[in-house]
Design a protein around this ligand. Structure first.
Ligand code: MN
Length: 238
C-alpha cells in the first residue's frame, strides 16, 4: 500500500494503558505503509532517553518491530516530550525531525510542526518554549540525575495545569496570521500539525492546514497517499 500516516498527541502514560494498546494495534494494522510521522507529544512526559521506565521499554519495542517490518519512522518532539532525542530514535529505527520541517509527500511539499509555535498569543508559553528548546538548557538538564528531572517534570506539569486553567480558550489555539506566515515563509501550500487537540481541515489564504487530534476516546490520524489526504479516527475504549 502506498500511504504515509501522521499522528500526534498520544500523550502516552502508564495510567492510560488503552492508549498504549491502541498504538500497538495501529502499528500492526499499518505495517505495510511507506512511513509514519509522529508530530510530538507521543509521551505525556519524557525526561530523557536514558529514563528506562516500563512504558518507555514497551513503546520502544513496538516501534522497533514496526520499523523492522519496513516503514520509515520520523519523530518530531512536542511540548511534553521536548527531550525526546537521538538515542530513542536510534533505538526504534526512526529519525528525529526538527520543528518545523518541510518534507515532500508524494510530490507535495508539506510543512510539519508540533503546533505549539503557532500559538503566539500565549507569550508566557512562548518564552518557556524558547528556553526549553535551547540545546544549552537541554544539555544542562540532561546532565542532572533522573530523580532531579522527575521532580522538575512534576513541577512543570503542575505549573502548566494552573496556567492552562487560567487562559482564555482562544489563546490556546493557533494564531491565524502565524499560520499564513509559516506557509509563506516555507513556500508550501500544505501544513500538518497537532498540539491543539482540535482535529480539522482549515483553508487559509496561503494553503491548507490539517490538524491532528489527540488520542483519548478516539485515535486520530492523517492518511496521505497519491490519491489525497484523509483525516480519520477510530474508537479507543479507555
Ligand atoms: Mn502539545
Amino acid at each position: 500500500m502506498t500511504a504515509t500516516y501522521l499522528i500526534s498527541d498520544l500523550h502516552l502514560e502508564s495510567t492510560r494503558p488503552a492508549t498504549v494498546r491502541a498504538l500497538r494495534r495501529f502499528l500492526l494494522d499499518h505495517q505495510d505503509c511507506d512511513a509514519l510521522y509522529i508530530l510530538g507529544d507521543l509521551f505525556e512526559v519524557w525526561i530523557g532517553d536514558d529514563d528506562d521506565t516500563p512504558l518507555a521499554r514497551e513503546v520502544t519495542e513496538m516501534l522497533r518491530r514496526f520499523t523492522a517490518a519496513g516503514p520509515a519512522l520520523y519523530l518530531l518532539p512536542g511540548n511534553r516530550d521536548f527531550l525526546l532525542g537521538r538515542d530513542f530514535c536510534a533505538a526504534v529505527g526512526g529519525k528525529l525531525l526538527r520543528d518545523p520541517r518541510v518534507v515532500s509527500l508524494y510530490g507535495t511539499p508539506t510543512l510539519l510542526m508540533h503546533g505549539d509555535s503557532l500559538c503566539t498569543q500565549d507569550t508566557e508559553y512562548q518564552a518557556f518554549r524558547k528556553t526549553t528548546r535551547s540545546s544549552a538548557w537541554q544539555t544542562e538538564l540532561l546532565a542532572r540525575s533522573l530523580e532531579d528531572r522527575r521532580a522538575l517534570a512534576r513541577e512543570l506539569r503542575q505549573r502548566s495545569r494552573e496556567a492552562t486553567s487560567n487562559k482564555a480558550e482562544d489563546i490556546m489555539d493557533v494564531t491565524p496570521s502565524e499560520v499564513e506566515r509559516a506557509l509563506l515563509d516555507h513556500a508550501v501550500q500544505r501544513m500538518v500539525h497537532g498540539h491543539t487537540h482540535r482535529p480539522a481541515r482549515h483553508e487559509h489564504v496561503a494553503g491548507v492546514r490539517w490538524v491532528l487530534g489527540d488520542w483519548d476516546q478516539k485515535g486520530w490520524y492523517l492518511k496521505i497517499s497519491p490519491e489525497g489526504v484523509d483525516l480519520k479516527s477510530f474508537d479507543i475504549k479507555q
